[in-house]
Design a protein around this ligand. Structure first.
Ligand code: ATP
Length: 471
């Protein structure tokens, strides 16, 4: 097996890695670092927690040490939490080099950074509003969680990416990494212009072996009681475990956090309706184990590297296998063990089948003492209902509406015009629907009429035959 020196890293950088417990390269590092150091574009697809970040940070730091100047590298990533995590890796590994703080909020009074780590939205805004900021000389463009950046999910990055790509030099090295690259391979190849080196970890399964993947089949109404029971059991049995619970919506995230707190579990939340400052603060408290339970939406599903997380609970079954892979990948990282438990209702069974098909692994049932769950069922459901009422009085939904308006303003759109446009679209859609219904009804009527005519004809024929027979 290769070591970092033989892959082309300088002694000081190898030493720096050792100080961080990075002694031997992982397969994605062993395979992707040499072509990157040779100057090739690279696409790396390897499982969650397999060291993809260092696979691009190390060659960039190595190259930067050989020829340091201005903004050298741009890293784009879907969330600001991830941006900070990546910036930290650059800062720590590049410390002996005096690598200048990788920054996200660009402050033009400071010396230009060597590495900029940003979310596409923030950076595109900065580019649009500044005429002095230039990235025309960068050598590296890195898209971490590259497939997510190209997806048109609830946050669509494509417009911002276009703005950013237009400011970058054509001659650059492009590196693309994710645990789930394959769906967007074609689009990604267009961004990496110079016939990229593609490496994918060879494995039958798409999740790590160290992960024990379980499910609990439950009626919707009993889900929360199972959740409380599971957390009670885990916290009774383990002192040092942290748990992430993924929910479908911000509101659910908020409700569950408040509910678990009512049961005295040290719980904190992370979702997109929170202010960024609060998001960072909550994540820091969870990382420091001040709070052992994090309830989060999919903003926390990708990339976050928190070694103490032993359990991931999916409060809802993810609609896409890809989301499942990233969510459960928050545990069992870097060779550690971990458990994931997905709460499945009878309506989600087809989703589990599709997840199992993609990850090539069967989820196993998680054994639970149902009697114990039923004992707490009423108390849990009453608590949830009380919290929902409390939340309604704090105008959570109204805040959501205001946040949406703010987002539209930030995107340079007029919220009132957008609302009007949406209403018009809705009107057209409903007219179309009505029209379609009318046509279907008229076809139905026609068919019915034809059928009636046929029946009458048949009856007449029968009568005629009967009359002939008697005559
Ligand atoms: N060669 C190595 N030896 C030991 N630990 C390593 C090595 N390389 C990276 N690590 C550690 O492994 C952990 C996971 O790495 P990283 O966050 O880069 O995973 P990833 O592949 O990007 O996962 P994800 O797809 O979830 O983003 C980190 O804590 C990192 O410090």
């Amino acid at each position: 097996m290769a070591d970092f020196s033989s892959l082309g890293l300088s002694d000081w950088l190898v030493k720096q890695c050792k100080q961080l417990g990075i002694n031997k390269p992982t397969p994605v590092q062993e395979n992707c670092m040499p072509p990157i150091l040779e100057g090739r574009d690279c696409m790396g697809c390897a499982k969650t927690g397999s060291g993809k970040t260092a696979a691009f940070v190390l060659p960039v730091v190595q190259k930067l040490s050989e020829d340091p100047y201005g903004i050298f590298c741009l890293v784009l990533t879907p969330t600001r939490e991830l941006a900070y995590q990546i910036a930290e890796q650059f800062r720590v590994l590049g410390k002996p080099l005096g690598l200048r703080d990788c920054i996200i909020k660009l402050n033009e009074t400071r010396l230009p950074p060597h590495v900029v780590v940003a979310t596409p939205g923030r950076l595109a805004d900065h580019i649009r509003s500044s005429d002095t900021f230039s990235m025309s000389k960068i050598q590296f463009l890195i898209l971490d969680e590259a497939d997510r950046l190209l997806e048109q999910g609830c946050t669509d990055f494509t417009k911002d990416l276009e703005t950013i790509l237009a400011t970058l030099p054509a001659k650059r090295q492009t590196l693309l990494f994710s645990a789930t690259l394959t769906d967007t391979l074609h689009e990604l190849k267009n961004i990496a212009m110079n016939k990229p080196f593609f490496w994918e970890s060879k494995s039958e399964t798409r999740t790590v072996e160290e992960l024990d993947q379980r499910y609990i089949l439950t009626p919707e109404k009993v889900k929360d009681a199972y959740l409380v029971h599971l957390i009670q059991t885990f916290t009774d049995e383990h002192d040092d475990w942290s748990i992430i619970i993924f929910t479908n919506t911000c509101k659910d995230c908020q409700v569950l956090t408040m509910m678990l707190r009512e049961f005295n579990f040290p719980t904190i939340s992370l979702h997109s309706m929170m202010k960024q400052k609060q998001r960072f603060a909550n994540l820091a408290k969870f990382k420091a184990s001040v709070f052992k339970i994090l309830v989060a939406t999919d903003v926390a599903a990708r990339g976050l590297d928190i070694p103490t997380v032993q359990v991931v609970i999916n409060h809802n079954t993810p609609g896409l296998p890809k989301i499942y892979i990233h969510r459960v990948g928050r545990t069992a990282r870097a060779g550690r063990n971990g458990v994931s438990i997905t709460l499945v209702t009878q309506y989600d069974i087809h989703l589990v089948h599709s997840i199992e098909g993609q990850i090539q692994t069967k989820l196993k049932e998680y054994p639970v003492e149902e009697k114990e769950v039923l004992k707490i069922l009423t108390q849990v459901n009453v608590t949830r209902r009380e919290i929902e009422i409390k939340l309604e009085s704090t105008d959570f939904d109204e805040k959501k509406e205001i946040n949406k308006r703010k987002q539209l303003i930030l995107e340079g759109k007029d919220p009132d015009l957008e609302a009007k446009r949406k209403a018009e679209l809705e009107k057209i859609r409903s007219q179309k629907k009505k029209f379609k219904l009318k046509i279907q009804e008229s076809i139905q009527r026609q068919k019915h009429g034809q059928l009636k005519k046929k029946l009458i004809k048949r009856k007449q024929l029968k009568k005629k035959k009967a009359a002939q027979a008697t005559a």
